[in-house]
Structures are given as structure tokens and as C-alpha cells.
Write a protein that binds this ligand. Structure first.
Ligand code: X2X
Length: 339
């Protein structure tokens, strides 16, 4: 008898503990604002690692009122899909390069992708944390989207393929190369003599594997995270373009968030971005060694003949006309005269 009472009493204690433990947890998890974030690179890429840390911080510092949920690696669809979802409000946050599909909506955002414009990170951050960045964010706002102040680092891009090292512009002649879905990117590689195809990143691994294209161009952190070294042999360090992701938001969704919460969330996101930049710059150096160890053959490239080829093809003149004198002057303030 005493055993059965004890057992019943024990059961009651377990039940009440379970209820009291479960209730506050359940309510703590019911955020007032839940924003999904979509990205186009694998979860291991520093972009996602730092976004995920930002999400944890946001949850803690807003006492669970605001929740950021990360969907990396095109889980919600390719870039083109995520941009549509962002505009309709089905997706609240989307990380995209101004030179990538965002430029199909806001052509002015692509100016950071002008070929061989930035010679190093100091020029990149002086431009994009400075007047050029402010100008671009203004254009993105005019296009109907909210954008956070700091741009997340992707890095300086290099060309990979499986047939030969690229050392001079002629090596690109007729090469089928994947570029993002972007007029500037297509124009850049056409001017260099290649045969570029615009394609979302979601399709790149398969396109390389099945030889729909011969090559692609991205920094080491992406090549490693997406395992492109499994389907590419040569990596030619052209540094033809610096690239980064803007943290974009749906205007209606963000507008419903009270200003004090907006401030906390923005501050955490922008601080995480600064940490992400340091991490990416270091990884883009360190991962070269890992990729080389896995069999990729790297070669350094003198950018001068590539820049000359672009000048001769009228690339700079054409894009200066498209972006306009004001934006072009802001770019040149940080990088010097472009041919
Ligand atoms: O699509 C690409 O190549 C990527 C992942 O680098 C960009 O977002 C521009």
C-alpha cells in the first residue's frame, strides 16, 4: 500500500513539475515578432555562423520578444525566389549582394561590382561604410526595401574551372562560365571575352558537375562551404570583384516593429556583421591552404591586362553612363580613377 501511495505521490510531483517547467518555456518562446532570414550559402559559411549568433543575441537581449530564424543554403528557394518572397512579405529578411539578383530590381545597387574597382579591404570599407554605401542604401530604400547599415563580407572573387589556369584575358576566350543573375556580371565577363551564363547559386554545383558550364567565380570561403573543389581544379586569383551581402528587410514587416526593438535588433545585426567581416577575411586566406591540400591548383594573376581589356571593350565607359556621374564619383573617391 505504502508503495502505491508513494508511486502516486511521485507521479503527481513529476506531473506538476512538468507543467510548471513547460508553461514558462512555452510562453518564453512565443516571440511577438518572428522574422525569417534567407541566405544562398551553406550553413557552415561565416555569413550563416554569424547570423545564427546574432539570432541568439537578439532573442536574449529582447527577452524573447524578437526571434530571427535562419534558413541557409537556399532552403527557401534560390535567390530569385527569395527576392520575390521578400517583396511580397512571405520572407522578412534576405541577404543578397547588390550586384546579384537585387540589381534586377535596383540596378544602381550593382556599382560595388565594377570590375577591378577595389584593390583591398580598406577601399571597400571606406566606400561602403562611407558615402557610396549611404548612396546605395538610399537607392535600395527608394526601391521599397529596408536595408541595414553594414554590408556583410563575401570577399574578393577568383575564377575556378577544370581545364586550365587563367593567367591572361585570352585564357577566358569562349569559356562557359557561370555568373549570378546580373547584367553587370554578364557584361564584365563578356567584355573579358568569356561566354557567361546567369544562374542562381543554388544550381552552381550541379551545373559544374554536369559540365553545363566550365567554370565559376567566388571567394575561397564559398568554394569550401559549397564543396566546389570537388568539381573544379584550377583557382585563378583574379580578384576581379569584391562582393558582399546587404541585409535586406520587408518594409511592412519591419515597420510593425516598435522603435526600441528596431534599435536593439539593428545594433546586434550590425555588430555581428563587423565580426563576420574579420572572420571572412581570415577564412579567405586560411581556406586557400585547405583547398590546395584537397587538390586545387592556385595561381596568382596580374590584374593589369584584364583592366586594360575592360577599358578597351568600353566596359568602364558603359557602366559609368549607366550608374551616373554622382555614384561614379563616390566610387572613385575611394578607389581612385577608373579607366
Ligand atoms: O551567387 C554567388 O556566386 C554568391 C553566393 O557569391 C553571391 O551571392 C553573389
Amino acid at each position: 500500500m505504502s508503495t502505491s501511495i508513494t508511486r502516486r505521490a511521485f507521479g503527481a510531483i513529476v506531473a506538476s513539475t512538468a507543467i510548471s517547467a513547460a508553461l514558462p518555456l512555452r510562453f518564453a518562446h512565443a516571440a511577438e515578432y518572428t522574422f525569417k532570414m534567407g541566405t544562398n550559402v551553406p550553413a557552415t559559411h561565416p555569413l550563416n555562423v554569424h547570423l545564427s549568433q546574432a539570432a541568439d543575441k537578439v532573442k536574449t537581449e529582447t527577452n524573447g520578444r524578437f526571434e530571427l530564424q535562419l534558413f541557409p543554403n537556399n532552403q527557401l528557394g534560390a535567390d530569385s525566389d527569395m527576392l520575390s518572397q521578400l517583396r511580397s512579405g512571405a520572407l522578412e529578411c534576405f541577404l543578397n549582394s547588390g550586384v546579384n539578383v537585387l540589381s534586377t530590381l535596383i540596378p544602381a545597387a550593382a556599382i560595388s561590382g565594377v570590375g577591378f574597382a577595389f584593390k583591398g579591404y580598406s577601399e571597400v570599407w571606406s566606400a561602403l561604410d562611407g558615402k557610396l554605401g549611404a548612396n546605395l542604401r538610399g537607392q535600395i530604400n527608394k526601391g521599397g526595401l529596408v536595408v541595414m547599415d553594414k554590408v556583410w563580407d563575401n570577399g574578393f572573387r577568383m575564377i575556378t574551372n577544370s581545364s586550365k589556369p587563367i593567367t591572361k584575358p585570352n585564357d577566358l576566350e569562349g569559356m562557359k562560365i557561370r555568373v549570378p543573375v546580373s547584367a553587370l556580371w554578364l557584361s564584365l565577363f563578356k567584355a573579358l571575352g568569356a561566354a557567361p551564363t546567369g544562374m542562381n547559386f543554388a544550381e552552381v554545383y550541379t551545373a559544374l558537375q554536369t559540365k553545363v558550364v566550365d567554370g565559376q567565380e567566388n571567394p575561397p570561403a564559398i568554394i569550401a562551404a559549397a564543396k566546389l573543389n570537388e568539381v573544379q581544379t584550377y583557382a585563378s586569383v583574379t580578384n576581379h570583384m569584391w562582393d558582399g551581402w546587404w541585409f535586406l528587410m520587408n518594409r511592412r514587416a519591419w515597420g510593425q516593429v516598435p522603435p526600441d526593438l528596431q534599435e536593439t535588433v539593428s545594433k546586434i545585426i550590425n555588430e555581428s556583421c563587423v565580426a563576420q567581416r574579420a572572420d571572412v577575411a581570415q577564412k579567405n586566406i586560411d581556406l586557400r591552404k585547405d583547398l590546395a591540400a584537397s587538390g586545387m591548383i592556385f595561381n596568382e594573376v596580374d590584374p593589369a591586362p584584364f583592366r586594360s581589356k575592360l577599358s578597351e571593350a568600353g566596359f568602364y565607359k558603359e557602366w559609368r553612363g549607366k550608374f551616373g556621374e554622382e555614384a561614379w564619383a563616390l566610387l572613385e573617391e575611394s578607389v581612385g580613377k577608373l579607366a
